[in-house]
Ligand binder design. Structure first.
Ligand code: PGA
Length: 245
């Protein structure tokens, strides 16, 4: 794993955007795996600014999001489809038909998991997957204990995840308790992974990721087995860790 330490959230967001833009310019048909949450918002803002200023085009880019809450339709402001439209897709020249997010309100949710996994397969998989990390080490919504063999599946969200995400909702009772997420093996099939981490609240997770063992009880640890992972983390996230750049 290659680690790039930066000063703060702003610099992480700039560096991450530069990283993605370079890949998009190199391969205008790139298939990006995208994440939601607080971490990538600044990155997406930088992608939008660059698109407006420099004209980087996403006309031929395809995107696949990691996860979606069960029970929330794309019109719901707290759904991840809505988040992606608002935070990125509505502001760049991407064809919305080429943006995929699992359906949180599918009639048959198991069938939806299979459909999403097959979709990824059909399109030849993800070239660059952007990931955040949960305080408990989750990637996507793969909570501690998830099998490293897992494919797209339904998860019960950990209490710590529900608490962490409550900040986006009016009240904690509104946070869905289940989600559809790409599995760990789905994520590991990406050709390349870019993990972003910012702030003190991610410090324990980063310590465990970099110093701990590979174990299903800490999902992100699986990334040590991936041949091409870059981490962009700010000082607060990696405080106390020895980073060799
Ligand atoms: P956050 O979430 O970006 O809102 O901190 C990260 C994650 O849960 O993967």
């Amino acid at each position: 794993m290659k680690i790039i330490e930066v000063k703060d959230y702003k610099e992480m967001s700039q560096k991450a955007a530069e990283y993605i833009i370079e890949k998009v310019c190199h391969n205008p048909k790139i298939k990006l795996g995208l994440a939601t949450g607080g971490t990538p918002i600044g990155t997406y803002q930088n992608l939008i600014a660059d698109h407006k200023q420099n004209g980087t085009s996403y006309a031929n880019v395809m995107t696949f999001n990691l996860d979606e809450y069960i029970g929330l339709s794309g019109e719901n402001k707290n759904s991840y489809r809505y988040f992606m439209d608002e935070q990125l897709f509505n502001h760049i020249d991407i064809n919305k038909k080429n943006t995929f997010v699992p359906q949180g309100v599918a009639e048959d949710i198991q069938a939806e998991c299979e459909r999403y996994e097959n979709l990824l397969e059909e399109y030849g998989g993800i070239d660059l997957q952007v990931l955040g990390i949960g305080g408990n080490g989750h990637i996507g919504f793969n909570e501690p204990g998830t099998s490293f063999q897992s494919q797209t599946h339904v998860v019960n969200l950990a209490t710590s995840t529900i608490n962490a995400n409550a900040r986006f909702f009016n009240q904690i009772e509104e946070v869905p308790v289940q989600a559809v997420t790409m599995g760990i093996s789905t994520i590991m099939k990406s050709k390349e992974i870019l993990l972003l981490a910012s702030g003190e609240s991610k410090n324990n997770a980063m310590v465990q990721l970099l110093n701990g063992e590979i174990t299903e009880s800490f999902p992100a640890s699986v990334l040590k087995k991936h041949p091409c992972v870059t981490i962009i983390a700010d000082r607060a996230a990696v405080a106390g860790l020895k980073i060799q750049c």
